[in-house]
Design a protein around this ligand. Structure first.
Ligand code: SAM
Length: 222
């Protein structure tokens, strides 16, 4: 889901909180943190794929999961925040998505192992200012992609213009090549379908317009 307000500001909980406490507090501060819309890069990358089983890592308030379900995907949405997941569930219901179409899971991905295989694993803006072993989470999820299935990783390629000094702070910023390197996948088993930077308009917390750059990596398992 497109960000409502950009999250590179130190809002919300304390960095020394665990991820569940941090993100529940962060979500609890507003009725809605994100726009509710699916991420544009997800829509772009996934629209041409045949729906099957999808896993949405860090599904937040469900913008992507609900969109996927409406496209016919059987979705598992996982997030550490129970507050976010209950909003996602409500969003699905509001869009008439049948309950069985999405399996909502409240879990810390650091301690979660996919139990089945997926035709699509999507991680959009799986960033956190608190402990998140992101590369390990992505690698475990990649191992759960079925043959012929896809893995989509969308993230901030760089800090937004108003927060360049966060370059070395808790968030990390990868371009598609760096994402690919971090995944450490067997190059003979995976093919890059998309590896690009997408630009989108954003606004600083003060309302200043800015251009944001997202890294988009879509891989297919051979
Ligand atoms: C920047 S938000 C992105 C949400 C959504 N994917 C989107 O694109 O708007 C990051 C999400 O990851 C979740 N998250 C952070 N750390 C997590 C963890 N260890 N396990 C599961 N979810 C986590 C947060 O609760 C939050 O919903």
């Amino acid at each position: 889901m497109t960000e409502h307000h950009h999250d590179h500001q130190a809002q919300g909980g304390q960095p020394d909180q665990g991820p569940a406490a941090f993100w529940d507090q962060r979500y609890g501060e507003k009725d809605q943190l994100w726009s509710g819309e699916p991420n544009h890069s997800l829509v772009q990358a996934v629209s041409g794929l045949t729906p099957g089983k999808a896993l949405d890592l860090g599904c937040g308030e469900g913008g992507d999961s609900v969109w996927l379900a409406r496209q016919g995907w059987a979705v598992t949405g996982v997030d550490v925040s129970a507050t976010a997941v209950s909003r996602a569930r409500a969003r699905a219901a509001a869009h008439g998505v049948p309950e069985h179409a999405v399996n909502w899971v409240v879990q810390d991905l650091a301690h979660w192992e996919p139990a089945e295989s997926y035709d699509l694993v999507s991680a959009c803006f799986l960033h956190s200012p608190v402990e998140l072993p992101r590369a390990g989470v992505l690698r475990r999820a990649a191992a759960a992609v079925a043959k012929g299935g896809h893995m989509l990783v969308v993230g901030h390629a760089e800090p937004p213009p108003w927060a360049r000094d966060l370059q070395h702070a808790d968030h990390h910023f990868n371009d598609p090549d760096q994402e690919l390197a971090e995944l450490g996948l067997d190059a003979t088993a995976w093919q890059a379908v998309l590896a690009q930077l997408n630009e989108r308009p954003g606004r600083s917390p003060d309302g200043e317009p800015a251009t944001l750059r997202d890294s988009v990596l879509l891989l297919q398992r051979r």
